[in-house]
Design a protein around this ligand. Structure first.
Ligand SMILES: *[C@@H]1O[C@H](CO)[C@@H](O)[C@H](O)[C@H]1NC(C)=O
Ligand SMILES: *[C@@H]1O[C@H](CO)[C@@H](O)[C@H](O)[C@H]1NC(C)=O
Ligand SMILES: *[C@@H]1O[C@H](CO)[C@@H](O)[C@H](O)[C@H]1NC(C)=O
Ligand SMILES: [Cu+2]
Length: 342
């Protein structure tokens, strides 16, 4: 609960670093790689992750040859996530689909950008408990992802507020950001942006967006403890997705807001922390590793099954099956998290 104790615990966490990344052949996971919290990484490890994250945004697309708005390798991922929005959010497969997506992204960083590290996570409960979200080191321009978007004075739609510091500053993106229509894909050139907020609108005097505490009560360790204490997958997953997961997207906003959110490099650290919450709840308990329930559609007409295939569009050659993504240390996966306690 105390931020200081969290930070101490993080400092004491495993520092095991894998120099050779074992590729799973689907039978054993004896030497899992360890996904660490961003603050646990050395500056060199942070720089290596940021380098790879920039790299993948500069590679040309390999998929969706017919879709003009898709131009970069990252757009392949953004477009998939955007187009599948209704099939992968607020349905049963939210957690396994995003676990698959993160694994695909991590392999892509390794294979196409020579990434030498392991996917990190961002434990935003640390910021929540200390009420320091706008001051988080994650926004650092040198050792982090850059900060809030700032008004540029440029009147062109899509360029009025931009992230102007850090490794992703002044990056141009093309998929729908998308103002004013968030939900239609389009070749809308815009600058990479964030719009910190507390969902309280604008200050009536200054006209500035109210940043406040960025709704920290939605993603505190108290909230995570409540999620931990559910005893069914369905209830755990619904609250995890609906409260801390969703609020992080909306308090950062800008490119983190709409279904094109993989445009925001923090998407992957945010979702790694969501995945960690699921893995922690599972506790490698056999009952929970097999607990998967809910519906495949938002209208709740078709019950989900652990043998369901998950949709991937053109992003992968084979559709992943939910049961292969239940355990982070089995099947195609072989990783764990540096800290599994709250
Ligand atoms: C997978 O790896 C394990 C451990 O290295 C090995 O014993 C096993 O034969 C491998 N299986 C396949 C199908 O390659
Ligand atoms: C981004 O697009 C704007 C507007 O077209 C342009 O002025 C700027 O040079 C572009 N920046 C980069 C890095 O391509
Ligand atoms: C495993 O999880 C189930 C279902 O939540 C629970 O009833 C059981 O006590 C757990 N077993 C252990 C060893 O924690
Ligand atoms: Cu998503």
């Amino acid at each position: 609960m105390l931020p200081q104790s969290l930070l101490l615990a993080l400092g004491a966490a495993s520092t095991a670093a894998a120099s050779v990344i074992p590729r799973q052949n689907g039978t054993t996971c004896t030497n899992p790689v360890v996904r660490k919290e961003w603050r646990e990484l050395t500056d060199a490890e942070k720089a290596e992750y940021l380098r790879a994250a920039v790299c993948v945004r500069n590679l040309p697309k390999q998929k969706y040859s017919q879709i003009e708005a898709v131009t970069t390798r990252m757009d392949d991922l953004v477009y998939t996530h955007f187009s599948l929005n209704l099939d992968i959010h607020f349905v049963a497969n939210f957690l396994p689909w995003h676990r698959w997506f993160l694994h695909l992204h991590e392999n892509l960083l390794r294979d196409e950008c020579g990434f030498k590290g392991v996917q990190p996570y961002w434990d935003w409960s640390i910021e929540a408990d200390s009420r320091t979200m706008p001051e988080s080191p994650i926004w650092d321009a040198a050792t982090g992802f850059g900060g809030n978007g700032v008004k540029t004075g440029n009147p062109t739609p899509g360029f009025q507020r931009c992230v102007v510091d850090g490794p992703f500053a002044n990056t141009n993106l093309t998929l729908a950001m998308g103002w004013p229509d968030m939900n239609t894909v389009g070749n809308r050139l815009h600058c990479f942006t964030r719009e910190f907020n507390s969902a309280e609108g604008h200050d009536p005097v200054t006209g500035e967006i109210i940043i406040g505490d960025m709704q920290v009560s939605a993603y505190s360790s108290a909230v995570m403890r409540t999620i931990d204490n559910f005893d069914t997958y369905r209830r755990m997953s619904e609250m995890l997705e609906g409260l801390p997961h969703a609020q992080i997207h909306s308090v950062i906003f800008g490119d983190m807001g709409p279904a094109t959110s993989p445009n925001e490099p923090l998407f992957f650290l945010h979702h790694a922390n969501v995945d960690r919450a699921w893995a922690r709840w599972q506790g490698r308990n056999a009952t929970r590793l097999a607990d998967y329930a809910g519906f495949i559609d938002r209208d709740e007409t078709i019950r989900a099954s652990i043998t369901d295939e998950m949709p991937v569009m053109e992003l992968a050659d084979t559709k992943p099956v939910v049961q292969d993504y239940m355990d982070t240390m089995a099947g195609p996966l072989c990783y764990t998290y540096s800290k599994m306690t709250l």
